[in-house]
Design a protein around this ligand. Structure first.
Ligand code: GLN
Length: 484
């Protein structure tokens, strides 16, 4: 059952082979056994999960079930969840019980899915290793001495260790795809604007996008069907006709043009990652696809551009955490200013403070034009690269991350090296494009490697099929770590 697909679990529930309460208990049992080692969950609330499961069983009995009714889903702790502690991985929100549900959570509630727990994450989603969490790092289930990636490391770990059949994540510069790659699971960041950001605690609003992490592309499609949708409370969500993301699954790949960016296959990519990615591309050729070399000439600019724009937006978004409206307040202070200062000094961790400082700097008078405006112009050029590239190909492939999972602590004192973890993923956020990562085998020491698939705007159904076809012939995604 731990390895079952969402479709299989759904069938078991429909045929009454198992109840949602039983299924929920199974996963809660596994979380209780494994979480002390992996630290993938910040909050588990058995009572609330079981209440949802009982409700789901009633929906199933009434014959009104949706494919994911009664299925336990792990929710990244960035999504406000009514009645649940919602921390965003920060001390700042360590006492915040959300009074309302995020748009994404509402969607899952509406169809009767079960929230199995809130997953650990880098503080305010800033990080690539899950080490910036106030709740301590998450461990990679494939090798407990290594990081799971970040910032959705708790969700990726939960799915990899089979503590949940599927999970949600968010991706501002790679936070769904990079942890999915490092943990050997599948994840997709949809086109910007498809998933509501309402109640999804904001990091960099023009880049943040929610999406699913699951074992397979077929499972991701079912998750996306629930998550995508216009939300009048998020002015950047798009009003589009509802799409069934399972629609394309099974279509042959004959003639598919895969673009391989010259700039991605470079020495920064480690040999074991290169080997696995090249082997995956060979498989695609066998499936009928052809490859074309393309160029994304501004690739090198993505990290510098991102580290101007994301901190700029973060410095503004995080100004709301002032110790007054909600969240942490310093216990001792002399006056209002002192209270602001102490609350923020004590409530935020080092990485968050670094971003706020950078963001405030690049937005300040005299530097705004030199940094912020310049970065916005370059962002446009990066997006333009992709528009040109998609004239020559249907899909782009490369590595998700330049290396496999690195050791805990290895990069935590070297922010620049840490930032390079997202060298391949960040450009898609800057361009607003969809990107996904699927398991493509193992590198040195048996660590998972992720294949990165970038699609054109709104090509999620096609991308999922591209991943699905590979998962019909290769079974990397079905392999699970020996859990301890
Ligand atoms: N690692 C990147 C950062 O720290 C991306 C994080 C994310 O996608 N949330 O900003």
């Amino acid at each position: 059952m731990l390895n079952s697909s969402l479709k299989q679990l759904s069938a078991l529930l429909a045929q009454k082979e198992i109840s949602s309460v039983e299924l929920t208990c199974e996963f809660l049992k596994r979380i209780k056994a494994l979480n002390p080692n992996y630290n993938a969950f910040i909050t588990i609330n058995e009572e609330m999960s079981l209440a949802q499961a009982r409700n789901a069983d009633a929906i199933i009995a009434s014959g009104d079930a949706h494919p994911l009714t009664g299925i336990p889903i792990a929710q990244k702790d960035i999504f406000c969840t009514k009645g649940w502690l919602t921390t965003c991985g920060s001390k700042m929100l360590s006492n915040f019980i959300s009074p309302y549900d995020a748009g994404v959570i509402e969607h899952f509630n509406k169809i009767g899915a079960v929230n199995i727990g809130k997953t650990n994450m880098d503080e305010f989603a800033m990080g690539s290793s899950n080490e910036t969490s106030f709740y301590g790092p998450v461990k990679n289930p494939w090798n407990i001495a290594t990081v799971p990636g970040g910032s959705s490391g708790g969700s990726a770990c939960a799915v990899a260790a089979r503590m949940a059949p599927a999970a949600t994540g968010t991706d501002t510069g790679g936070s769904i795809r990079q942890p999915a790659a490092l943990c050997g699971v599948s994840g997709i960041k949809p086109t910007y604007g498809l998933v509501s950001r309402y109640g999804m605690i904001a990091f960099a609003s023009s880049l943040d996008q929610g999406g699913p992490i699951a074992k397979s592309a077929a499972d991701l499609a079912l998750m996306l069907n629930v998550m995508v949708g216009f939300d009048p409370r998020d002015s950047t969500t798009l009003q589009r006709e509802k799409e069934d993301y399972t629609h394309d699954l099974g279509k042959p790949l004959d003639g598919l043009r895969i673009g391989l960016p010259r700039e991605y296959f470079v020495k920064e990519m480690s040999d074991d990652v290169a080997r696995a990615v090249e082997a995956a591309i060979t498989e695609y050729r066998k499936l009928g696809a052809k490859t074309v070399e393309i160029s994304l000439p501004n690739t090198k600019l993505s990290i510098p551009v991102y580290y101007v724009l994301a901190p700029a937006e973060a410095s503004s978004n995080l100004s709301r955490f002032d110790g007054v409206r909600y969240g942490y307040r310093a216990p001792k202070y002399t006056d209002l200013n002192d209270m602001y200062q102490k609350s923020r000094a004590q409530g935020f961790g080092a990485e968050v403070k670094r971003r706020i400082l950078i963001g405030t700097y690049v937005l300040s008078h005299g530097y705004y034009d030199a940094y912020y405006i310049q970065a916005q112009k370059l962002r446009r050029l990066i997006a333009q690269d992709f528009i040109e590239a998609f004239k020559q190909c249907d899909i782009i492939m490369g590595p998700t991350s330049p290396t496999t999972a690195f050791s805990l602590g290895e990069k935590s004192n070297d922010p620049l090296r840490m930032y390079l973890s997202d060298a391949y993923t960040i450009a898609t956020n800057l361009a607003g494009l969809p990107g996904m990562s699927i398991p493509a085998g193992f590198g040195n020491e048996g660590k998972p490697v992720g294949l990165h698939i970038i699609g054109n705007y709104f090509s999620e159904a096609q991308m999922l099929n591209v991943a699905y076809q590979y998962q019909q012939v290769m079974d990397w995604h079905a392999q699970m770590p020996f859990t301890q």
